[in-house]
Unconditional design. Structure first.
Length: 145
C-alpha cells in the first residue's frame, strides 16, 4: 500500500511537471517566417495566434524603374511596427542602395523575449512594372537569432 501511494505521488508530480513544461513551450513559440503586407495593414504573427503583431506604417519606393537608365539604383523603405504583449517597436527597413544612405538592412527586434533579425526582401510591384493603381506590398522576413 505504501509503494502505491509513493508511485501515485511520483506520477502526479511528473504530470504536473510535463504540463508546466508544455505551457512554457507555448510562450516561447518561434515567430520566424515570411510576412507580406501592404501599407497600413496589420497582421497577427503567427497568423493563427495573437502572440505579436506587425503593421506596415508607411511604404515608399524610389528605386530606379524597370527599363530606365539611372545614376543610382535608389532605395525602397518601410516603417514597420512590431508589438508584443509588453512593448511596441518601430523600425525602418530598407531595400536597394541602403548603405549609401546609412540604413541598416537587417536590424534586430525583441518579441516575447526572443531576438529576431528583420529584413525587407521585396517591395512589389517593382517600379515601372505594375499598373498605376496597384497596391505596393512589402515582404518581411523575420529570423530567430
Amino acid at each position: 500500500m505504501k509503494s502505491f501511494k509513493f508511485y501515485s505521488l511520483i506520477a502526479l508530480i511528473a504530470c504536473i511537471s510535463f504540463g508546466y513544461l508544455g505551457c512554457k513551450k507555448q510562450t516561447d513559440l518561434d515567430l520566424s517566417g515570411t510576412y507580406i503586407l501592404k501599407s497600413g495593414q496589420s497582421l497577427s504573427i503567427p497568423t493563427n495566434r495573437n502572440l505579436a503583431s506587425l503593421t506596415a506604417a508607411e511604404l515608399t519606393d524610389s528605386r530606379c524603374p524597370a527599363n530606365a537608365i539611372c545614376v543610382w539604383e535608389g532605395i525602397g523603405t518601410g516603417k514597420f511596427i512590431f508589438k508584443d504583449n509588453t512593448k511596441e517597436q518601430t523600425i525602418e527597413l530598407c531595400i536597394g542602395a541602403c548603405a549609401v544612405v546609412s540604413k541598416p538592412k537587417t536590424p534586430e527586434i525583441i518579441l516575447n523575449s526572443i531576438t529576431y533579425t528583420v529584413e525587407l526582401t521585396s517591395l512589389n510591384p517593382f517600379p515601372g512594372t505594375g499598373t498605376a493603381n496597384e497596391t505596393v506590398k512589402a515582404t518581411i522576413v523575420l529570423k530567430k537569432k
